[in-house]
Each structure stands twice: as C-alpha cells, then as structure tokens.
Design a protein around this ligand. Structure first.
Ligand code: NAI
Ligand code: MG
Length: 481
C-alpha cells in the first residue's frame, strides 16, 4: 500500500507503516489464490476518508461452486484427522494471529472505521481467543456431549457482517473446524480485508487445502452459497431481512442453520444503581463501535426519580466523546462503516425528529471527508416511535422512563427483537427476576457488551435462533445421536 503518512505523526496516531496489503485480492479456494470467474472486482473503501484501499474479487455462482467442491473434497480427511491434530492447527492459527495482531488491528480499522483502541484491545484479542478456546475443545467433544455419538455436519457456508469482521470470521470458523467441518466463508462487501488476511494466516499455518475457503462478494455471492445444494449448514450473522430470506431459501432442504440477526436491546437503570458506572455502561452500550452492534443497548430505560440526574450526567459525558479519525488512539467514535449505513442512520434521525422526539447531540466538528455521525439522544419518545421499534445500527439512543419493574419489563419486551439487555441495580433479587422475564438471549447485570468465547450468544424472536459461543457453539456444528 502506498504510504501517504506525513511524518512525524501526532503521538496519538497509529501508524499504517509496515502493514502489508495487496492492491488486488483474489479468492482463496482450495488453498490457492484464484481470480474470480466473473472477472469483476470492487473497491474496498476506508470510511474514515473515502480513500480506496484495495480491489476485492466479486465471486459468482461458479466461484461459489468451486469453493464448495473444494470444501467437500477436503471434508473426509479433515473430519477423519485425529482431533488433537485438528486442535494443533487451530492453536497455530491463533498464535500467528497474535503475532500479527497489530497489523490485523490497523487493517480492521482502515477497512471498517472502528477506533483503533477497539480493534487492538477487543476485536483482535477476542478473535484469537475464539481459536484458542475451540482448539481446546477439539479433542474433548466426548466431554461436551457425554454418551452421545458426535459427527460433524459436513460443509458449512458462513456469511458474516461488517461490524466485527475478523471477530465474526473467527467466531464462525473456529467451532466449525474444531468439530471437523470444512468451511466456505463470505465476509461482508465493505470489510473483506481482515478475512483475506486470515486466509493468509491459515495458509501460513499449513491448514490442509480446501478446509477453509474465503470467497468475497455481495449479497448475490451469499445467496449462491445459501442455495448451493452441497452445503450442510448455513451460519449467518446480519440483518433480520436477509435472515428471513435465508430461512425461506433453505426451507425443506435439510440444511441446518444458525441465524444471528438484529436487535433493539434495553439497558435498564434502577434508582439504586451505581450511577456513574451505569452512565459509563450506557455510553459503552450504544456508542461502542459507532453503535454498529447487534446487541447495542439502544433503548435506555431510567427509573423516573433519577432520570434528570442520569440524563444530565450522560449529556456531560457525551460532550467529552471524541468523534474522528479511527486511527487516533484518543478516538471514542470512529467512522460509520459505509455511505449507505450513514444514510440509513441519518434517515432514522430525521424520522425521530418528525415523530416529535426531542433530540440532543453535543456540539462537535466532524471531519470534512469520510462518513461520520454525532452521538445522538432521543428524549420524550413513545413506545410506538419508529426510533424505539427499529434497529438503527448507529450511535443513536432513545430514552424512556419507568416507575415499576412490571412496566419496564413490558416495555423492554415490546419490540420484534430479543437479543440482549442490561440491568443496573444493587439488588440481586431484582437481577434474577429480570433475567427470567426479559426475553433476551443475554442479560448483563451492572455491565454491558461483555463478550467471551465461553458464553453462549443468540436471540429470541426476530433476533434469530441457535446459539454461538461456548459448548452451544459446538452443538451448532455437530449431529448428535
Ligand atoms: P446484510 O444482512 O445485507 O449483510 C450481512 C451479510 O449478508 C453480508 O455479508 C452480505 O453480503 C450478505 N447478504 C446480503 N444479502 C444476502 C442474501 N440475499 N443472501 C445471502 N447473503 C446475503 O446487512 P446490511 O445490508 O449490510 O445492513 C443493513 C442493516 O442490517 C443494518 O443497518 C443493521 O440494522 C442490520 N445488520 C445487523 C447486523 C447484526 O450483527 N445483527 C450486522 C449487519 C447489519
Ligand atoms: Mg471498507
């Protein structure tokens, strides 16, 4: 990559030197880098300044077929390998990822717009941990499923979104390989680069050819993968709309699926909560990764008697958030992932205003180039407002107040989604009460957005079905008898 940096860099700016990127990326099929049959490429854009980073292959049906065939051909020997040998490959991938962690973090930030602090401290280490964790399970499946016969499913088609590109790739690939499946993975079109770097790492780790195939492209590529007759399992993370399309496409085919879809999660603050800690939890819940988080705490519920105090502290805290260049180590809110996503968020903000909600945004200069959005609050919203019901997937929080626990449970559950929730209170009994009554796959108590490979993750209702992470993540890739 051309180095356009002006030296010396400001001390808080992460350097992009020593990052190795190709100008053009082929598809990773059967252990080789192959040009797409379509002959088509599309640009990967840095959303922070709209610069062109690299050209990415647009895989068509024929490319998808080649990738699925390669994965099928690799399946018998991979699934037949001693589990402890499979584990060694996964450990090796994890260790090479660790060695390249700085490079991976910088590329993740360049390609997707997330603050370098998050790529470096959260995304990349967690992605490594997924490989380490599932490596540990590979030869212990008999303990995960006592007295059961455990068989891999076969070829897994995996389609991932753009909000946690490398982490989602690891999250999908590691349990599939540990259980003896082979994989065809398609990253999202705006963030293909770290998945392609992972393909290079997989190559370096010497994984047998065809065990992991990485094909890039758009929705048509994903659709060809879903509809390929020789896929045994689809693992998808993305929008609820596409999740529904996939469900319809595989109906009656016998293909297994896990779908991890959208959310509109409630973050609930009771009057006995540690207020300053809760305010940090609210900020983290909605502004982490620009709010591009399926489990973002996008609906805040504050007990009425402390609402003024919480909102005052929240506004003050929002004034201190730095929105800007994602490579700056001081940046709290980076770039919105794409122009399209920025348009979506902006249209929700104007709908919120039209519907009569009160808006708050701190005064702050946004960079002139690139896709940026101010942290935004909507106050005085009604349960029926669009901004309360629909997933915005940006740094936009709605605030509602409540008096009683029954009222807040009813409101928190009253959306089509059920992915996550946060509860802030000093009272243990209240936490237990809420964890059973909130229809959410994950309920965090006095914290938010805590992830770990050992914990299952997944939704209720339109947030999807199936669980990933922990032992549940293994179960999603095996047939038990
Ligand atoms: P999307 O669901 O279209 O994209 C996710 C992945 O699915 C990408 O790899 C895409 O290429 C692929 N895809 C698209 N159409 C497909 C099809 N017909 N068959 C198979 N694969 C297909 O999400 P998009 O359009 O990028 O974002 C739109 C909204 O979706 C966001 O505003 C957000 O609300 C939600 N979203 C939720 C995510 C989550 O983690 N829950 C992640 C990404 C988006
Ligand atoms: Mg990009």
């Amino acid at each position: 990559m051309k180095n356009k940096e002006k030296w010396p860099l400001s001390p808080s700016m992460e350097s992009t030197q020593h990052i190795s990127l190709k100008k053009q990326y082929a598809l990773f099929i059967d252990g080789k880098w192959v040009a797409p049959n379509s002959g088509k490429y599309f640009p990967s854009i840095n959303p922070a300044d709209e610069s062109h980073i690299a050209d990415i292959s647009h895989a068509n049906e024929k490319d998808v077929d080649l990738a699925v065939r390669a994965a099928r051909k690799a399946f018998p020997s991979w699934s037949g390998l001693a589990p402890s040998e499979r584990a060694k490959y996964l450990f090796r991938i994890a260790r090479i990822m660790q060695e390249k962690s700085r490079e991976l973090a910088v590329i993740e930030t360049l390609d997707g717009g997330k603050p370098i602090r998050e790529s470096r401290d959260i995304d990349v280490p967690l992605a490594c941990n997924h490989f380490f964790y599932y490596a540990g399970w590979a030869d212990k499946l008999a303990y995960a499923f006592p007295n059961r016969q455990v068989e891999p499913l076969g070829v897994a088609g995996q389609i991932i979104p753009w909000n946690f590109p490398l982490l989602m790739a690891a999250w999908k690939i590691a349990p599939a390989l540990a259980t003896g499946n082979t994989v065809v993975l398609k990253p999202a079109e705006t963030t293909s680069l770290t998945a392609l770097k992972l393909a290079e790492i997989i190559e370096e780790a010497g994984l047998p050819k065809g065990v992991v195939n990485i094909i890039t492209g758009f929705g048509d590529t994903g659709s060809a993968l879903v509809n390929h007759p020789d896929i045994n399992k689809i693992a998808f993370t993305g929008s609820t709309n596409v999740g529904k399309i996939i469900q319809r496409a595989i109906a009656g085919t016998g293909k297994k699926a896990t779908l991890e879809l959208g959310g509109k999660s409630a973050n609930i603050i009771f009057d006995d909560a540690p207020i300053d800690q809760a305010v940090e939890g609210i900020v983290n819940g909605i502004f982490f990764n620009q709010g591009h988080v399926c489990c973002a705490g996008s609906r805040l519920f504050v007990q009425e008697n402390i609402a003024d105090k919480v909102i005052r502290k929240l506004k003050l805290r929002m004034k201190s958030l730095y929105v800007g260049n994602p490579l700056d180590k001081n940046t709290d809110i980076g770039a919105i992932n794409s122009k399209e996503q920025l348009k979506t968020i902006e249209s929700y903000i104007s709908i919120g205003k039209k519907e009569g909600a009160e808006i708050y945004q701190p005064a702050c200069d946004l960079p002139k180039k690139g896709f940026y959005c101010l942290p935004t609050l909507f106050l005085h919203v009604a349960q029926s407002h669009t901004v309360v019901q629909e997933e915005i997937f940006g740094p936009v929080l709605t605030i509602q107040t409540f008096r009683t626990i029954d009222e807040v449970i009813q409101k928190a559950n009253n959306t089509p989604y059920g992915l996550a929730a946060g509860v802030w209170t000093d009272k243990g009994s209240r936490i237990f009460n809420l964890t059973t009554k909130l229809k959410a796959g994950v309920v965090w108590a006095n914290t938010y957005n805590k992830f770990d490979p050992t914990s299952p993750f997944g939704g209720y209702k339109e947030s999807g079905f199936g669980r990933e992470g922990g032992i549940h993540g293994l179960a999603a890739y095996v047939k038990l008898s």
